[in-house]
Ligand binder design. Structure first.
Ligand code: ARG
Length: 460
């Protein structure tokens, strides 16, 4: 069955049908398609095209289809052009000629926009839930090790000491922004396109606001040509998905390093690691590597839709059918990556000693010392120079910060006082960073509270 054909003398070739058909992927929209058509049947009733009885029959038949489509055998042998065609064919099997009325004043161009919006809206909700799950796991892990200290890095070189929880909360912030971006993508998706027709607006006086209310949409689209031509909402989601994956991949990369023999900070659970077929000793961080790998795939989906849409003439063009596979794939990869990362975070253990030792043995306290000098009146550039000399001297003599006695420090230069030796321990210097956003223990404690509250709000 086709939704068109009157104008043709011969049918499409089998090869063209295979090439252009989209059922094998857009069947995923079946449930949304049926729900959209149920609302559209009600709109046709109000527009005087369907009787009450016809409308009820159609609505019930779509309900049946939704239930039957749960069985994979529902699609056996189907070779319809797309999911919209399949649904009408199946509808005809149930209600006969009445099925011919359902598409009155409607185009597949607006229908596909509606279906994708309905599908994506739910997908974003489920992804947002999983993202909140990852954020909750980060907060839990931060609370497990409230006093743990690690060296923070720049250029992969030990830079300044920070609390482990401060480090974790940095990711919480990234994910919080991702959550906002997903909500924004949802807001732009949550707009009802029906009534636009193929491109010029429908020839029937539908109450578009009523259709929107029926399907739970926030509002209606304002221009029929825009509807047929637009996939911005999908791009918005793909961008939000991409940047979320970017953050996931950076955390994955950190933890691959931190759990390596070279670092020895993190112990990944057996349940999220795998072994080598040859090397018996291996315990590989495949879960994290795959998250990192899938990131590239999601970026590819964003790029794919960008390039598909670039330069398309107004309004609908069949090119736009190519939106779905990248969109579906990106949503799937993001969703499973979030699920995976939450499991990794929930089962990972921190060995407190190695990062603490790394912080104490290195010169991450150098800035603390220079700032102490500056607080005592030494101009900062001079203080920087002095501490640099202290570090150079220490490196030459293989001396660690804690090897310096207060007397030795004070003797090194007149600007140093014996009291400043306290700052040779990283945990002391951190206490000077008690401002909002800093790694001071009290500031981090407050940040943790705020994160927990924010999470509770997100989950309402
Ligand atoms: N399968 C098409 C798509 O996904 C549906 C819209 C088809 N419209 C058309 N005029 N051929 O974009």
């Amino acid at each position: 069955m086709k939704l068109w054909g009157g104008r043709f003398e011969a049918g499409p070739s089998e090869m063209f049908e295979r090439f252009s058909g989209s059922l094998h992927f857009d069947k995923r929209l079946l449930d949304a398609d049926c729900r959209g058509s149920q609302a559209f049947a009600r709109a046709l009733l109000h527009a005087g095209i369907l009787t009450h009885e016809e409308c009820s029959l159609l609505v019930a038949a779509f309900e049946q289809l939704r239930a039957e489509a749960m069985q994979p055998s529902f699609f056996d042998g189907a070779n319809d052009e797309d999911v919209h065609t399949l649904v009408i064919r199946k509808l005809k099997d149930r209600v006969g000629g009445l099925a011919d009325k359902i598409h009155t004043g409607r185009s597949r161009n607006e229908q596909v926009s509606l279906d994708v919006r309905l599908w994506l809206r739910e997908e974003i909700d489920s992804i947002a839930d999983r993202l909140a799950g990852v954020m909750a796991a980060l907060v839990d892990l931060a609370r497990k090790y409230p006093h743990a200290v690690i060296p923070g890095y720049t250029h992969t070189r030990r830079a300044q000491a920070v609390l482990w929880s401060h480090y974790l909360l940095a990711y919480f912030e990234m994910f919080d922004r991702d959550y906002e971006r997903l909500s924004e993508a949802r807001r732009r998706t949550n707009v009802m396109p029906l009534g636009s027709g193929a491109l010029a607006g429908s020839g029937f006086p539908f109450d578009r606001e009523a259709i929107a209310a029926d399907l739970g949409f926030e509002t209606i689209t304002r221009n029929s040509m825009d509807v047929s031509a637009d996939r911005d909402f999908a791009l918005d989601f793909l961008y939000a998905a991409s940047i979320t994956m970017l953050h996931l991949s950076r955390l994955a990369e950190d933890w691959i390093l931190y759990s390596s023999e070279e670092f020895g900070w993190l112990e990944l659970d057996d349940s999220v690691t795998s072994g080598s077929s040859l090397m018996p000793q291996k315990k590989n961080p495949d879960s994290l590597e795959l998250i990192r790998g899938k990131c590239g795939r999601v970026f590819g989906s964003l790029n794919s839709l960008f390039v598909t849409m670039k330069g398309l003439p107004m309004t609908y063009n069949r090119d736009m059918q190519e939106d779905k596979e990248p969109l579906f794939d990106a949503a799937d990869q993001l969703s499973v990556s979030l699920e995976m990362l939450q499991a990794v975070i929930a089962t990972t253990r921190l060995n407190i000693a190695p990062p603490a030792k790394a912080a104490e043995e290195s010169w991450v306290i150098a800035t603390d010392l220079a700032e102490a000098l500056a607080r005592a009146g030494t101009p900062f550039h001079r203080a920087h120079q002095l501490v640099g000399k202290l570090v150079l001297e220490s490196v030459r003599n293989d001396k660690k910060p804690f090897d310096w006695t207060p007397e030795e420090l004070a003797a090194f230069a007149p600007e140093f006082t014996p009291q400043m030796a306290r700052l040779l321990r990283p945990t002391e210097g951190m206490k000077t960073r008690e401002l909002p956003g800093g790694t001071g223990p009290a500031a981090v404690g407050e940040a943790l509270e705020r994160a927990a509250k924010r999470l509770a709000r997100l989950r309402q």
